[in-house]
Structures are given as structure tokens and as C-alpha cells.
Design a protein around this ligand. Structure first.
Ligand SMILES: *Cc1c(COP(=O)(O)O)cnc(C)c1O
Length: 353
């Protein structure tokens, strides 16, 4: 009775290996919902890549709170992508793991504070990029490098640049950061460079260790290895005009209500406009393909080869779909396909074959 992610293990692992082989220095990213797989599973897979000599000598997590979930399943360095702050909380991370943590620092104040509380900290200095999310200015980067190099115990692990997805000028931006950082920088941690850009960067700086941080293209790069299914929990015929659902709405035509597993608790339907159905919400949803031509809301569930409409807004753990009369109706216990955003979906089960 589950919203399930089924992974063709052999095909998935082949993709992970192939990608890692082509990207020396790969740093897998495991954050959030673990891209649908879960953080623990990704940590074990990163270890598996590392054991084969396929990079993954560091694993990146998003937050300090995520560290305890990966630390016992993966033995290499642990880079935290969210810049350190005085209120950063490594949760229940055991003391034996702290030497593996590599902090990201994006403000001078934080640098001073971090080195006060953890004088031997390993850290990466993040440069503010065209993303404009976190990071130091050029001047502050130079200052930070000087402060770290003058510090008796701090360990500088390089500079980092987090770049927008799908833009052309990445290489120039990384080159500029390297120039600002000056000589003596041994590593650069980058996000969202293409394979060609990474190759060019390494070729231009043979002494530099390039560390591409990759999540989506690694874990979700071969969608053919993944299948999402939901279970049919119930089927009820309805006649035009008959009431159903939480709000007692009535069927606009004869058909079937099909109740499938997967609701808001799984992340299903959260992009739909149904809680606030102002015109702007509706327009935005139409733009994303969420409504059909007459404004009914499409679900992510596919039955009989067609994307089906929600009969009403998804419930917490199940969704009611409407199938018009004359459609082949699935039986209770059948599975139906679902197309979901992996990074926003919590699956009941992940089945790795
Ligand atoms: C999430 C994240 C990544 C990984 O992004 P993908 O698009 O999933 O590859 C890389 N770098 C940083 C700083 C991130 O926050």
C-alpha cells in the first residue's frame, strides 16, 4: 500500500560508475530527502564508489543536521554546503567524526568565530558568485585567506564557487575566483560545471584539485533506472451529480473514483493551486502543466497510459482520481505509474533490485 520508488540496481549502479569514471574528484551530494533515495542509502553508495577508487573521497551534505545520518555509513570527508554560522548545530554528530567535517565559510565574522571555537577547523572559503546566495566578496576572500594562513591550526581546504544551473560563463567565473584567491590554493570545489568545463579547468591548472559537487546528475542522471508506482486502494463507481469527497462536491459526469496511495504527506500535489486558487496561482499552474484546458487539476498519476485528474485535492496519504466511464478501471491492489519530483517526494518504500 505504498508510494514506491523502484530502482533497477544494476542499471543505476552502472550509471553511477560511468559518471564517476568521467569526473575525477567527484564529490557526491546527499542532502534533503536524499534525492528520493534517502540520505543513508546515498552515503553507502558514495562509500561504494570510493571503495572502487572512483572519487567520492568527500561527501557533501546540505546542513549540519544531516551529518549524523551519513557519518556512520560513509568514511571519507564530510563537506557541509551551508556556510557555517555561530548557530550551526551539528546535532548528534559523534565526536569521533568531527575531524572529517569540512566547513564552508562565507563571511569574515564567521571565519573568526569558527576559529575561536574550533581552532583546528578544516574549511573551504566560498566566494559569492552570480548566484548571490552565500559567499565572500573578492576583498574578503583575500583577507580570509591571509587570516587562515596566519592562523596556527586552521586548515584551508580550498575555495568554493556555487554557480547557477545552465549558464555559459562558468569557466570565466571560476577562473576569476582562482585569480582573486592567488597562488597557494590547492583545491577548488565547484557546482554546476559541465564535464567539458571541468576538463578545461583541470587542464588549465594541472596542480589544482578540482572537486565537482554533484547530486542530480549523479543520483537521478539515468531516469530509465527509476520507476515510481502507487497502489490502487479503492475504486467506486459514481454517477453524474453524486456527491463525494471531503467537500461533498458532485461528479460532473459518470465515471469512477480511484483512490491511490500517495498524498500531501508524500509531497503529492503540493504544487497544485487548490489551496489558494487565485488567478495567479492558476496561471502559474497552467504554465507548469498542472491544469487541463478547462481548469481541472491534473494529478501525477497515470492510469491506462493517461495522466489522470484529481477528483479533489489530495488527502494526507491518498489521492482520489476521477476516471470517466468507459475507461478500463484498475483493480484494488494494482499499481499505477506516477511521475513526481524526486527531490520533493517522500516515498513509503525504496526498492532496490
Ligand atoms: C545542492 C547543491 C549542489 C548539488 O546540486 P545538483 O543540482 O543536485 O547537482 C551543489 N552545490 C551546492 C552548493 C548545493 O547546494
Amino acid at each position: 500500500m505504498a508510494l514506491q520508488l523502484t530502482v533497477d540496481g544494476e542499471r543505476w549502479r552502472a550509471h553511477l560508475r560511468r559518471l564517476a569514471e568521467g569526473l575525477p574528484g567527484l564529490v557526491p551530494v546527499a542532502k534533503g530527502n536524499g534525492y528520493g533515495f534517502g540520505l543513508g542509502r546515498l552515503a553507502r553508495k558514495a562509500q561504494w564508489l570510493c571503495d572502487q577508487g572512483l572519487g567520492a573521497e568527500a561527501l557533501a551534505v546540505g546542513t549540519y543536521e544531516e551529518l549524523p545520518e551519513v557519518a556512520d555509513r560513509y568514511a571519507g570527508d564530510l563537506l557541509v554546503l551551508t556556510p557555517w554560522r555561530s548557530f550551526a548545530d551539528p546535532g548528534t554528530l559523534a565526536a569521533k567524526h568531527t575531524h572529517r567535517v569540512v566547513h564552508t565559510v562565507g563571511r569574515l565574522d564567521d571565519l573568526d568565530h569558527l576559529l575561536d571555537v574550533h581552532p583546528g577547523a578544516r574549511l573551504v572559503l566560498e566566494r559569492l558568485t552570480s548566484m548571490r546566495r552565500h559567499g565572500l566578496s573578492a576583498d574578503d576572500l583575500r583577507t580570509a585567506i591571509r587570516r587562515v594562513s596566519e592562523h596556527p591550526h586552521a586548515r584551508l581546504e580550498g575555495v568554493a564557487a556555487h554557480l547557477p544551473i545552465n549558464q555559459g560563463a562558468h569557466l570565466a567565473e571560476v577562473e576569476r575566483v582562482l585569480e582573486e584567491a592567488g597562488p597557494g590554493i590547492s583545491q577548488v570545489w565547484v557546482s554546476h560545471l559541465t564535464g567539458d568545463e571541468l576538463t578545461a579547468l583541470s587542464a588549465a591548472h594541472p596542480e589544482l584539485r578540482v572537486r565537482p559537487r554533484i547530486g542530480t546528475d549523479l543520483w537521478l542522471g539515468d531516469r530509465g533506472a527509476l520507476a515510481v508506482t502507487s497502489t490502487v486502494l479503492d475504486v467506486h463507481p459514481v454517477a453524474k451529480g453524486e456527491a463525494f469527497g471531503y467537500r461533498g462536491r458532485s461528479a460532473v459526469k459518470d465515471g469512477y473514483l480511484v483512490v491511490v496511495s500517495g498524498g500531501t504527506a508524500h509531497g503529492i500535489g503540493l504544487e497544485s493551486p487548490m489551496s489558494g486558487s487565485g488567478l495567479r496561482d492558476r496561471a502559474a499552474t497552467v504554465a507548469r502543466g498542472g491544469l487541463d484546458a478547462v481548469g481541472r487539476v491534473r494529478s501525477p498519476f497515470w492510469v491506462g497510459g493517461e495522466q489522470r485528474l484529481f477528483a479533489e485535492p489530495p488527502h494526507m496519504q491518498a489521492s482520489m482520481l476521477f476516471l470517466p466511464a468507459g475507461t478500463a478501471v484498475p483493480a484494488v491492489g494494482d499499481t499505477v505509474d506516477a511521475r513526481v519530483r524526486y527531490t520533493a517526494t517522500t516515498f513509503d518504500r525504496v526498492e532496490l533490485t
